[in-house]
Structure formats: C-alpha cells, structure tokens
Design a protein around this ligand. Structure first.
Ligand code: OGA
Ligand code: MN
Length: 225
C-alpha cells in the first residue's frame, strides 16, 4: 500500500500511475488519501447525518422485502448531492480521479455517484459484485473509509476476491483515509460484521459500454483457484 502525500492543489494527491497499473494487473488497488481537512469534514458530516437519523436502510436490487435485504446487507446510506463543502471537495477529487484514469486507461468513465454509508455494530454486507439494477454500467467502485483508530480486531473488513472465485486476495481495514478502488463487476467483495459504527463513502464511476474498453479487453485478471 502506498502512502500518498498531501496535495498543494486543494485536492488530495494520489498516485494515478500505481493505481492504474494495479487496476489493470489485478482489478483492485488500495491507497491512503492524506488530506486531513477534507477527511475530517467528511467524517464529521457522516457522523452528524447518522446521529440526526438522516441515513436510510439500503436496499438490494429489486428486493423490497425487508428480511431479504437484512440477510444480505445492513448498512444505512445517503447519496452525496454536493450540498456541503466536504461533499464538493470529495466530488472534485472523484472528478480528478476520473480524468486521470480515463487519460491512462481510456475507460470512458463519464459519471460518478456516491453515498455515505454507516454499518452500525453487527452490520455487514454479504459477498456480491456491484451492478446497478441489472444495468451493466458500473465500472469502478471506490470506498473511502472515515474511521479513526480502527483496529483489525473490530472487524468491518472489506474482503476482495479474485474474479469468479473464492480466492481471497486482499483484506482492507476501514481505517481513516484508506481508499479501496476496484472493478465493480469483476471483483467480488464483502464486508465482515463491524464491531462498532463504521463510516465510509462508497462511490461508482460509470461508463457507457465496457465491452468497448480496450484496456479491459487486452488484460486477463488472475483467476481464482
Ligand atoms: C458497497 C460495498 C464496501 C465497504 O457499498 O457496495 O461493497 O467496504 N461497500 O463498505
Ligand atoms: Mn459493493
């Protein structure tokens, strides 16, 4: 995992070369964002929205059945809408990420959507891939973690698996400033039960048609076994 230096531009710097190389080679990449001001503002806002009961239980695909959903995922979410300086800063970061990735990989990413998420104590999300109501246009998932002093023993780990397999390739501790990025439909993943409230922003960059993306046709991700 590489540590990224603070930016002078007002956006958190990130090592776009490493990120893109790892996405092509393995389908995922994990780094740290070192922008304490933005991270603190996002964290404060996430906690405040949760305390004010402004986050709502998340759904799964077309399932409206409460019990079905609770067997699969237990997070509460709220979409970012750019209505605070913290959100504006994060959306600007996502836009910079989008441009850097398009420049290097020509993924044709054109839109970004993200939500705050909280997993309350005991919350989890069973293994899944990210796709949006059956539409195959979620290309890149990114999860930014907002939890200070999170210990691995507290659970709430993001587990990434090799494409189409049970092979665990990475466990991510949801520590303040850690950013996990992965190909939405290639990398199965899950969130293990959290020992205390776990805050994050999950986001998705979308493309029009991933079958037209040269960088993803040429590469074969290491399969599982
Ligand atoms: C999701 C998801 C992972 C995490 O929201 O789809 O997989 O670590 N989140 O919060
Ligand atoms: Mn997911």
């Amino acid at each position: 995992m590489s540590l990224i230096a603070p930016a002078l531009t007002g956006l958190p710097a990130f090592d776009a070369d490493t990120l893109c190389d790892e996405i092509v080679a393995q389908g995922w990449s994990v780094c740290r964002l070192a922008d304490p001001v933005m991270l603190a503002a996002l964290c404060d806002e996430a906690v405040a929205l949760w305390q004010e009961d402004e986050l709502s239980p998340a759904g799964v695909g077309r399932a409206k059945d409460h019990d079905v959903v609770r067997r699969i995922r237990r997070d509460k979410t709220r979409w970012l809408d750019g209505s605070s300086p913290a959100q504006t800063a994060y959306l600007a970061f996502a836009e910079a990420l989008r441009r850097e990735i398009n420049y290097r990989l020509m993924l044709g990413l054109f839109a970004f959507e993200a939500h705050y998420a909280v997993y309350e104590s005991g919350g989890f999300y069973k293994r899944h891939i990210d796709s949006f109501h059956g539409a195959r246009n979620r290309m890149l998932s990114s999860v930014l973690y907002l939890n200070r002093d999170w210990d691995r023993s507290e659970g709430g780990l993001l587990r990434l698996y090799a494409p189409d397999s049970d092979r665990l390739v990475q466990e991510v501790v949801p520590e303040f400033g850690t950013l996990a990025v992965f190909l939405s439909e290639d990398i199965p993943h899950e969130v293990t039960p959290a020992g205390r409230e776990r805050f994050s922003i999950a986001g998705w960059h979308r493309c029009n048609d991933r079958s037209q993306v040269p960088a993803l046709q040429a590469r074969t991700l290491p399969a599982g076994g």
